[in-house]
Design a protein around this ligand. Structure first.
Ligand SMILES: Cc1ncc(COP(=O)(O)O)c(C=O)c1O
Length: 399
């Protein structure tokens, strides 16, 4: 009796917590808890019967409906069926995992690679797989949540340094015990801000202070470097980054994640990464789609060229309108509005004019940086740009 009373009390408490949460209430109020896309054709999506142009996908190269990607996915389904029904360490390992890992490692210029069913899992394991209690993980304060979770799980101590700020990192390191193992975590391209990580400076610091350098290149792969090999390749510093990890869900138009580095480290991950030992392996079709996208990156460089010429065109328009793009240097381009209300109405006006963007408010972004997250794709056509231009001019005129 007492037990069930306590249980219902706890239930009520949790229910209250859920009902009173301000973020959930706000998103419900604005009717944007989740957008349900009913149909997608290239850059066009339909929501509630309304057709919009997608200007906030992470699909920078626009490969999700590329005939070679579709064909590869279908073929894999025919050959292997739908799922893997187990983890790599148990019954889920297949030959195509091995093929994808070898291909990715080669593409990234690393000895070996480990893939998992989600970028989030890979990013977590890129920290928790290597750091342990007693170590210090130094994390850019704007890092993706997956890295923070990995850091917490590792039981290492954490130091946050100012966003993309090598001087602050250096100052923190000056105060740490030189004997303690230190891991620096940065991103190649920061997805909310569009900033390119200052890799050359961070590499210098990692060498000077003998730190292990981990880079989340979820948004750099397919966007920077030769044929989209990523941020490390862009700077010619692949060998100096100990671990490059990322997602297959952005430019590679699939789902899944990877961690790449020296073979000994990747072998160690295979036996220590709980994120993969206790989670089912990436499905046949998703692995095949990612592999086909990698082939396209190498054989059809025009997608990358289109991405950057579209990005230039897009950025010029936002600059002309004096919009605050947080000095983005990449196809991930925020429009910073500074308050929840301004961001919401800006987002809504774009929506009303048939442009799909993402409203981002704290805690997804730092306080006062409420923004609309937008991004450019190689697939955007002149017609898409015309629709966008009309919408953004309208939204900007109402600011
Ligand atoms: C920087 C960064 N890292 C990791 C992830 C996680 O990737 P995935 O969506 O494949 O789980 C994301 C995706 O939002 C990301 O933006």
């Amino acid at each position: 009796m007492i037990r069930s009373l306590f249980k219902s009390k706890t239930r009520n408490r949790i229910q209250e917590r859920c009902q009173e949460d301000s973020l959930t209430r706000l998103r419900k109020k604005y009717d944007i808890l989740y957008h349900i896309i009913e149909n997608q054709q290239g850059t066009r999506v339909t929501v509630d019967g309304k057709q919009l142009v997608m200007f906030s996908s992470n699909e920078y190269l626009g490969l999700h409906d590329h005939p070679k990607v579709i064909e590869a996915g279908k073929k894999a389904l025919d050959q292997w069926g739908s799922g893997t029904m187990g983890s790599r360490a148990a019954n889920g390992g297949r030959y195509f995992h091995h093929q994808l890992e070898e291909r990715l490692a080669d593409f990234l210029g690393k000895e070996a690679c480990h893939v998992s069913a989600a970028g989030y899992l890979s990013l977590m394991s890129s920290i928790t797989g290597f750091a342990q209690r007693g170590d210090v993980v130094l994390v850019d304060k704007n890092m993706h949540s997956s890295v923070w979770d990995g850091t917490q799980l590792s039981m290492a101590s954490v130091e946050r340094f100012s966003h993309n700020n090598p001087d602050h990192l250096r100052a923190l390191l000056d105060n740490l015990d030189p004997e303690v193992a230190k891991i620096i975590a940065i991103e190649g391209i920061y997805s909310m801000e569009g900033h390119i990580g200052k890799l050359p400076e961070f590499v210098d610091i990692a060498q000077q202070y003998q730190c292990f350098l981990v880079m989340d290149d979820a948004h750099g792969l397919g966007v920077l470097g030769e044929n989209g090999r990523g941020t490390a390749n862009h700077f010619g510093l692949t060998e100096k980054v100990d671990v490059i990890s990322g997602s297959l869900s952005k430019s590679l138009a699939s789902t899944g994640g990877y961690v790449a580095g020296d073979r000994s480290m990747i072998d160690y991950l295979r036996t220590h990464s709980k994120q993969t030992i206790f989670s089912a392996a990436i499905s046949p079709s998703q692995a095949a789609c990612a592999m086909a996208a990698l082939d396209i990156l190498e054989s059809e460089p025009e997608w990358l060229e289109r991405l950057w010429s579209n990005t230039k065109r897009y950025k010029a328009l936002l600059d002309e309108l004096n919009l605050n793009t947080w000095e983005s240097e990449s196809p991930a381009i925020p429009i910073v509005l500074g308050s929840r209300e301004r961001a919401y109405y800006f987002w809504k006006r774009l929506w009303d004019k048939n442009v799909f963007t993402i409203l981002s408010t704290p805690p997804a972004v730092p306080p006062g940086k409420d923004l609309i997250r937008t991004s450019v794709s190689a697939k955007h056509s002149d017609e898409d740009f015309e629709i966008f231009e009309e919408a953004i001019r309208y939204a900007a005129s109402k600011l």
